[in-house]
Design a protein around this ligand. Structure first.
Ligand code: ADP
Ligand code: MG
Ligand code: MG
Length: 499
């Protein structure tokens, strides 16, 4: 529900410093009541800023925009102004990021836990099954990943009723928007400065955001650990990628700041051009590869033929550093998220009681579909649940009445298909007014937001070289939409204004 309109003082008015904190929290940030001339002016400035600073994506109306850089660019879908977000919850998400990084690392080392937790899923989900096969092959070979690099993004929604920050999921593969998240924060700060008199908002309340710098630093340090000055970082890409500028940002910073070269290859190209030397070195197109960074390979459509699977296997067998390794990839599945939420599971991987409590506090209700009482409840009250398969990239979940229909069908058919899914408590964030900009046009909408906090982790054997929270991203979508993908066209990039 939107905030109480009766407490509206003036548009975008926030309490001045020194006023009591509860006042600040209550203060209303209502961009809908801004003067339409002002909205137009700010929108125009936002479009100019985005175009000049590279806050751009490929335009789906232009045919070559997913293949050729510089062709068919459009400003990224954005929120015109940052979204008020409680500072305490933002800090909470930053504080748990290193603990989640460590948790992923520990889970990735427990091969039996991964294989066992996903064993029922394996029978009914061909994609997860193939990933597990690669994982099993590595176990057979006794393959050890001594240098481990994690570039994660843990996503949260703030549940309105309980005021709890609850984790939606933890992405361990292809966590996107390291580049554009920084830019949208900068855009918002610049608008807050420029229109200060009209908005009376404090630009300092928009926290600095350096995801791209920290991701590049992590990649450069991983590259240095590999210790071959001639080697490159290889970005595994999809054949068509409209979010390529986000990726180019990261690799431009890597090149300019750390003088590390990179190459972009699809899985099919890696299959055709790749080989492993007797010493384990991965060579692709004549270049030794130090780090493989995946921005593809997380969804079944990235593997249209056996070539792509053999490329994934080739990478895994090599001694290149994988971001992520197959074990990190599996540790980020929804099934593992659900297993870790069971009683006494976190204790298997973490020792520190405070850390365990902090992580657990972020867990929403998560259940396996072999829990008959939850399935019964979900059939009766489907709106309170989300049903999730082991997929990434948005657009795969089941909501509302479809949850009931899917569960009933599976019950009737008595198949094991239910093992492909988990059930999750549906989170209901506060609905706020916002102005969203797409293709040069501003829209007044009622929206909900999802906070993503990035994490970087690098270790070599027993030495933890990096373990940090590393920037943030807010994604905002119209409240009537179930799914939140920016690339899928539902959500926009946004940033936080601390309250
Ligand atoms: P993916 O890996 O495909 O991004 P997610 O688990 O993040 O899968 O789900 C996609 C989107 O669905 C999220 O960005 C969010 O908007 C919505 N969503 C997922 N889980 C929940 C939930 N428990 N409550 C409300 N919305 C959810
Ligand atoms: Mg995901
Ligand atoms: Mg997601």
């Amino acid at each position: 529900m939107a905030q109480d309109a009766s407490s509206l003082v003036s548009p975008l008015k926030c309490s001045r410093r020194g006023e009591d904190e509860t006042e600040t929290r209550k203060s209303v940030f209502d961009p809908h009541s801004l003067d339409s001339n002002l909205i137009q002016k700010m929108g125009y400035e936002a479009l100019v800023w985005s175009s000049l600073h590279g806050l751009v994506v490929g335009d789906r109306n232009s045919q070559k925009s997913g293949k050729v850089p510089g062709v068919g660019l459009v400003h990224a879908p954005i929120s015109l102004l940052p979204m008020p977000f409680p500072e305490s919850h933002w800090k909470q998400a930053c504080e748990v990021a290193p603990i989640f990084n460590e948790l992923v690392d520990r889970v990735s080392l427990d091969a039996e836990f991964l294989q066992e937790s996903l064993s029922r899923t394996k029978k009914v989900d061909a994609f997860t099954s193939r990933l597990l096969d690669i994982h099993a092959k590595m176990l057979e070979m006794n393959k050890k990943e001594e240098i481990r690099l994690g570039l994660h993004r843990s996503d949260y929604m703030l549940d309105q009723q309980t005021n709890l920050l609850l984790q939606i999921e933890l992405n361990t593969i292809s966590s996107s928007f390291a580049g554009l998240s920084v830019l949208v924060s900068e855009l918002h700060r610049s608008l807050l400065h420029e229109f200060k008199q009209h908005l009376s908002l404090d630009p300092e309340r928009s926290p600095l955001n350096n995801t791209v710098g920290q991701f590049a630093e992590a990649l450069s340090k991983a590259w240095a650990e590999y210790n071959n000055p001639r080697a490159v970082v290889m970005i595994v890409v999809q054949t068509v990628e409209r979010n390529m500028y986000d990726q180019h940002w990261l690799f431009t910073v890597l090149k300019e700041r750390y003088q590390v070269r990179s190459i972009r290859k699809t899985l099919a190209e890696i299959d055709a051009q790749g080989e492993i030397l007797p010493d384990g070195t991965l060579v692709v197109d004549g270049e030794a590869v130090a780090v493989v960074y995946f921005r593809a390979g997380y969804t079944p459509s990235d593997y249209p033929s056996e070539s792509e699977w053999s490329a994934r296997l080739l990478i895994e067998q090599s001694c290149a550093i994988k971001c992520p390794s197959i074990a990190y990839h599996l540790a980020g599945t929804k099934k593992i998220q659900q297993e870790l939420a069971k009683p006494n599971q976190l204790e298997r991987f973490l020792e520190n009681k405070d850390d365990i409590a902090k992580v657990r506090k972020c867990f929403a209700g998560l259940w396996s579909l072999d829990d008959s009482s939850i399935v019964k409840d979900a059939i009766e009250r489907p709106g309170l649940y989300v049903m999730k398969p082991q997929r990434e990239g948005g657009g795969n979940n089941i909501y509302g009445d479809d949850v009931r229909l899917a569960l009933q069908r599976m019950q009737k058919e008595g198949m094991e298909e239910d093992a492909a899914y988990i059930l999750m408590q549906r989170i209901f964030p506060t609905i706020s007014p916002a102005i969203l900009m797409r293709e040069g046009i501003s829209h007044k909408e009622h929206v909900i937001s999802e906070l993503g906090v990035y994490g970087t982790y690098l270790r070599n054997k027993t030495k933890v070289i990096m373990n940090y929270h590393s920037g943030h991203l807010l994604r905002t979508k119209v409240s009537s939409s179930d799914e939140g993908g920016v690339a899928a066209g539902f959500a926009v990039l946004d940033s936080i204004y601390l309250v």
